[in-house]
Design a protein around this ligand. Structure first.
Ligand SMILES: Cc1cc2nc3c(=O)[nH]c(=O)nc-3n(C[C@H](O)[C@H](O)[C@H](O)COP(=O)(O)OP(=O)(O)OC[C@H]3O[C@@H](n4cnc5c(N)ncnc54)[C@H](O)[C@@H]3O)c2cc1C
Length: 413
């Protein structure tokens, strides 16, 4: 094992949406920033793919939207679902300032952010580098010890940002108290082929006792089959043939594509968590994104909240960081700014877990599926479909990029 030492203004642990965008925004604002990512690349499947209008707006404010949209993606201007045999329209994005949402594999989005960030000489990204412990002095976090292959790196920084996701090492090491709200569901994720010329675009499918999300990714469907919490073992014991039958029951139009599922290795389990840190910060340390508040996949909002946290953090901290005048009160401002929008979305998710998902999953397949009254209204009145569209695509109190580009890097249009 060799040993190296590094000094950097800000060290971000985790190269997910929160960490990469924060790295880009801080570098753009003139802060020396290092992002540590434990994986060798961003190529991990079955993570959030939905880039909402709030994130697209942030990219537009940074002058990056056109470049981003030149990458392969699907655009959705509305969302619909099948409840039993009835197709319903649920959300209409056409009135929003960016009037659509985008489906793009998360690795493309992260590679895009990395490529933009690398244009700044003060941005540094270390892949295959895992934060192991925090460095503490006089009850203050002053850095992090990371491992890169056979090398231990001791990194000292003014601020450590934990953007290392739902199983955050940083938040565990900092001993930050967590409120766990629980979740009654888990999700099996898998892919099924799709005819790219097909017009079918259904996102949600519900029949009594079963529920599934199907995200159009061009030549394949990214599928999420929702199961009761802890129910994975039971389903696996019943075998793949029974699993394929269950999928065919909730999504009959995908029945002819199911033979491709021949091994449980093709089907990944997402253990759904909803939690929230009581304190997102300690002197010298801040957690954002899933590390501060793990989100349920309901609404596909995880990426976007992580992005919003990054924008608020950069807006509030770039100047104190650059001038080396960061105080713990500055860190408290980030939590204060982001706590309300995150809690509101989590409350909605918990409500939907209890009132919709648990209800559907507890029904038996002999029951008649009724379309609930509010959903019938949404389907009938287009203007009502703006309400879920705004909540999903923009969230509460969307953030705007107010911190300036201190470099004037020319790729930003
Ligand atoms: C299987 C799955 C499916 C999902 N589906 C959806 C969906 O459909 N829609 C949706 O909106 N959200 C979904 N999510 C959630 C969504 O991906 C997250 O909410 C979002 O990515 C959070 O962003 P983040 O940057 O906070 O954390 P993450 O995206 O979790 O990024 C954290 C990063 O930190 C790295 N890391 C972790 N520990 C360390 C360490 N010690 N040192 C260095 N690096 C470290 C990880 O490798 C990772 O790259 C899903 C999540 C999973 C796991």
């Amino acid at each position: 094992m060799t040993q190296a030492n590094l000094d950097i203004n800000t060290c971000i642990v985790g190269g997910g949406p929160a960490g990469m965008l924060l790295g880009l925004l801080l570098a753009r604002a003139g802060v020396d920033v290092l992002v540590l990512e434990k994986h060798a690349d961003f190529l991990r499947d079955f993570r959030g793919d939905i880039v909402h209008s709030s994130t697209l707006m942030v990219l537009r404010e940074m002058g990056l939207l056109d470049t981003f949209l030149s990458l392969p993606h699907q655009k959705l201007t509305e969302l619909g679902g099948d409840i039993g045999k009835v197709h319903v329209k649920l959300a209409d994005f056409s009135h929003l300032s960016v009037p659509f949402i985008v489906v793009m594999p998360q690795w493309d989005f992260l590679n895009f952010l990395a490529a933009e960030a690398k244009k700044y000489p003060n941005f540094h990204l270390r892949m295959s580098t895992e934060a192991i412990t925090l460095i503490q002095e006089n009850n203050k976090i002053v850095g992090v010890v990371a491992k890169h292959m056979e090398q231990t790196i001791s990194i000292r920084s003014q601020l450590v940002v934990g953007a290392d996701g739902r199983h955050s090492t940083v938040r565990a090491q900092a001993d930050l108290p967590v409120i766990d709200f629980g979740a009654p569901i888990d999700v099996f994720w898998f892919r099924l082929s799709r005819d790219p010329s097909a017009t079918e675009d259904t996102l949600g499918r519900i029949v009594p006792g079963k529920m599934m999300v199907t995200i159009n990714r061009g030549d394949y469907w990214q599928c999420g089959y929702i199961i009761p919490k802890g129910g994975a073992d039971v389903l696996q014991e019943q075998g793949l043939a029974a699993f394929r039958e269950a999928i065919a029951a909730v999504a009959p139009s995908l029945g002819d594509k199911l033979n491709v599922l021949q091994d449980w290795e093709q089907i990944k389990l997402l253990t759904v968590k909803v939690d929230f840190l009581m304190h997102w910060f300690r002197p010298g340390l801040l957690c954002i994104g899933d590390a501060a508040h793990a989100m349920s996949p309901v609404g596909g909002v995880g990426i976007n909240l992580a992005i919003q946290d990054a924008v608020a953090t950069a807006n509030l901290l770039a100047i104190p960081l650059r001038t080396r005048k960061l105080t713990t009160a500055d860190l408290a401002k980030v939590q204060h700014r982001r706590e309300w929008p995150v809690r509101m979305i989590q409350k909605l998710q918990i409500f939907l877990h209890k009132r919709v998902l648990s209800n559907v999953l507890s029904q038996t397949d002999t029951m008649e599926m009724q379309v609930p009254l509010p959903v019938r209204w949404l389907n009938r009145y287009r203007f009502l479909r703006r309400i879920p569209a705004r909540l999903i695509a923009m969230g509460f109190r969307p953030e705007h990029v107010t911190i300036h580009n201190n470099h004037g890097v020319s790729s930003e249009s």
